[in-house]
Design a protein around this ligand. Structure first.
Ligand code: MOS
Length: 709
């Protein structure tokens, strides 16, 4: 029996988060809230150079310091196995592997003491000598290793060279983006303990099921002997998608001491320990007919990476599906530098791709004298441009048109520098976005008990996006019970495996698995011969059953392979108005309209919050955020909240969010996932608005005031 979502009954309703009270009352435990009996505290020893070898480590002063229980470095720590490749295709260099230093801030040891202050003080007492090498920090350094087509995702169709030569109008622009670091409020934390041979870890991770596997491999224990617990995260944005060395080192220290060990990263350590959005440089060449129709897109991307790292974070992967254009080529390279590991950061690759493509389209529109909106619509991809298959759903046209209407785009004077407001030049810009479909397989277990309550269990995480809430809504609707009767138990790897909360892929995969489980459970209940109108409680009671359970499974990626439609991710369009004070170089976002097609929206309130959060982060990417590496020693020179700027309320106007579109036809629940789409359009829309205000095209993010003077 299939359980279906055919009515807007509970699904879609903007109900408050089911965990809201726990969160605002302090009852929701974040990783750093966990304290175990007998717990001791760790501090990391980090490299103060970017490249070279460790020639000497003297632990004696640290070991003799008050309260110190252990000082582990590569030359005295037990050896671990190499970690496995994660679902996203990256591995990690085993921590404390040898004497090599690959980046500033590399964890070269861990100190454990009775108190946190003692551990931090003792970490300073470890003496380390290095044979320092000159680090490779510049993308153009001839010593840097450059990989061509590292992800095997380069594409070509038609003849882009001939089409560019033949085009009426061309654009050839290069766009650069500085490194950006995820800055969740919650400092990443690990609390590790070995309980009767079983490793139990409270860890800030978005990928509990993968972390369980990785730690099991590294510590040489069966997967069942590892348990990850992460009921609440405190913000991830992608920083929690990789296995990081601080987690491994904390678990190692706990094993050596056979005591629970707690490690909380400092804010500066967040800049070197949990990844960042790689600095990148892209060249885009567009060719068009005079009527605005694209005839050629050539997109080349180069991104920075840690030495030897293999993070699969393509930039050009989405370009081929963005617009209808017969001639297209993409090229991708990554360059290995002595920088901390890169990681994923909200809409990884898509931000970079869209900043280049959507800025270049604006440049093209200007050159053609065609409205930027019309350029998007004239090149609208009615079918998937690569496969030629119909989209499973696509309301990008509505996103663009509804946004234009809401924003009042038609009254815009197309001439740059045409609008003033006192000392401010005022400009308006827009951008559109096509987000790639992404999903991994997911398992859940659904139980109904004698009290008529449902329990949904899965190892999925809620990273603040609303997973608890939408899951409760889904179960309630599918079983026909009230939301209050649903308990969602996630963030625990003793529950059925789930994909990471990332790539905008969890909601769709989890919802499909929940629907599958609800169908199976409904079928089992039907076999109990319920009387018309009989409650679950009475039905179970009559059969002397305490509870009834069913498993659910989804594998959308497998289903996508032989689908007749092209599974779509979300689509979006954004319109922004900026004010620019040319004397001071200030750029202020004055208005922002975001329109999103996320398929079926499970909860309009949490979805809207995702769109707002994405827009705020997009303002950060466009105007404020950049991790600055000291060109001499690779140190992150601004690794604090005082120096690394993220948007505050004063930087953010009211954000107008609208959802359009229909339930998706590929995902059985109609969902497309919208955790990331809300950020994608913002940087190019702001850059385009800055151009409209000033006549100046800034092709380098963030657009800081020095670039406006
Ligand atoms: Mo996002 S980078 O998939 O958390």
């Amino acid at each position: 029996m299939t359980a279906t979502l055919n009515k807007e009954n509970i699904i879609g309703q903007p109900i408050d988060r089911v965990d809201a009270r726990r969160k605002v009352s302090g009852a929701a435990p974040y990783p750093s809230d966990f304290d175990l009996p007998g717990q001791v505290y760790a501090a990391l020893i980090s490299s103060t150079v970017a490249a070279g070898r460790i020639t000497r480590i003297d632990r004696s002063a640290a070991e003799a310091a008050p309260g110190v229980l252990a000082v582990l470095t590569y030359d005295n720590a037990p050896t671990l196995a190499d970690p496995p490749t994660n679902a996203l295709g990256s591995t990690m260099r085993r921590p404390l592997k040898d004497d090599r230093i690959l980046h500033y801030g590399q964890h070269i040891g861990i100190v454990v003491a009775t108190t946190r202050a003692q551990a931090l003080a003792a970490a300073e007492l470890v003496e380390v000598d290095y044979a320092v090498e000159e680090p490779v920090l510049d993308m153009d350094d001839p010593r840097a290793r450059v990989e061509d087509n590292p992800f095997g995702m380069e594409t070509s169709r038609g003849d882009v060279v001939a089409a560019l030569a033949d085009a009426d109008v061309t654009v050839d622009s290069t766009y650069t983006i500085g490194a950006e670091t995820n800055s969740p409020l919650g400092l990443f934390t690990t609390v590790a303990s070995w309980q009767g041979g079983r490793l139990v870890v409270h860890d800030t991770t978005q990928a509990p099921s993968f972390m369980r596997k990785a730690l099991a491999v590294m510590f040489g224990v069966p997967e069942e002997s590892v348990r990850l617990l992460i009921p609440f995260l405190g913000g991830g944005f992608g920083a929690g998608l990789r296995l990081w060395s601080h987690t491994v080192l904390t678990a190692l220290a706990a094993r050596v001491l056979d005591r629970p060990v707690k490690l909380v990263l400092s804010r500066p350590q967040m800049f070197t320990s949990v990844g960042h959005r790689a600095a990148s440089r892209q060249r885009i060449r567009l060719g068009a007919r005079s009527d605005g129709r694209l005839v050629a897109i050539d997109h080349d991307a180069l991104a920075a990476n840690g030495i030897g790292d293999n993070l699969p974070s393509p930039i050009v992967a989405g370009t081929p599906s963005a617009y209808a254009c017969d001639n297209l080529a993409t090229h991708e390279r990554r360059v290995h530098l002595n920088i901390p590991y890169t990681g994923f950061m909200r809409a990884p690759g898509a931000i970079e791709e869209h900043f280049a493509l959507e800025s270049a389209l604006d440049e093209l529109a200007g050159r053609l004298g065609v409205d930027p909106v019309d350029v998007r619509l004239r090149n609208y991809a009615d079918v998937h441009p690569e496969s030629g298959k119909p989209w499973s759903s696509k309301a990008l046209r509505e996103c663009i048109e509804v946004g234009a209407e809401q924003f009042g785009w038609s009254s815009r004077d197309p001439a740059p520098r045409s609008t003033h407001d006192g000392d401010w030049l005022v400009g308006q810009g827009m951008a559109a976005a096509t987000f790639e479909f992404y999903a991994l397989d997911c398992d859940v277990r659904l139980t109904i008990d004698r009290g008529g309550n449902a329990i949904l269990r899965s190892a999925a995480t809620d990273i603040g996006t609303g997973t608890y809430t939408i899951t409760a809504q889904l179960v309630a609707e599918l079983l026909g019970i009230e939301v209050e009767r649903v308990r969602v138990e996630i963030g625990d790897t003793d529950q059925p495996q789930a994909p990471q909360s990332g790539g905008s892929g969890l909601a769709g995969a989890l919802a499909a698995a929940v629907q599958d489980a609800a169908g199976a459970l409904t079928e089992r209940l039907a076999r109990l011969d319920g009387r018309p109108g009989e409650s679950f409680a009475s039905l179970l009671d009559r059969h002397g059953l305490d509870e009834l359970s069913a498993n659910g499974h989804s594998d959308l990626a497998a289903a996508a392979e032989d689908s007749d439609v092209a599974p779509a991710g979300a689509f979006g369009a954004a319109y922004v108005e900026v004010g620019v004070d040319e004397d001071l170089g200030l750029v202020r976002v004055r208005r922002l309209v975001s329109v999103i097609d996320g398929g079926r929206v499970f909860n309009r309130k949490t979805a809207r919050s995702q769109a707002i959060g994405g827009a705020v982060m997009g303002i950060g990417a466009a105007l404020l955020e950049e991790a600055a590496y000291d060109p001499n020693d690779g140190r992150v020179a601004n690794g604090t909240f005082g120096d690394y700027l993220v948007p505050v309320n004063a930087d953010v106007p009211d954000i107008d969010v609208t959802f359009v579109g229909e339930p998706d036809t590929f995902n059985p629940t109609g969902s497309k996932g919208l955790g990331e789409i809300g950020i994608v359009c913002i940087p190019p829309a702001i850059g385009n608005a800055v151009f409209h205000a000033t006549g100046r095209r800034v092709r380098d993010l963030p657009i800081t005031l020095d670039k406006m003077l």
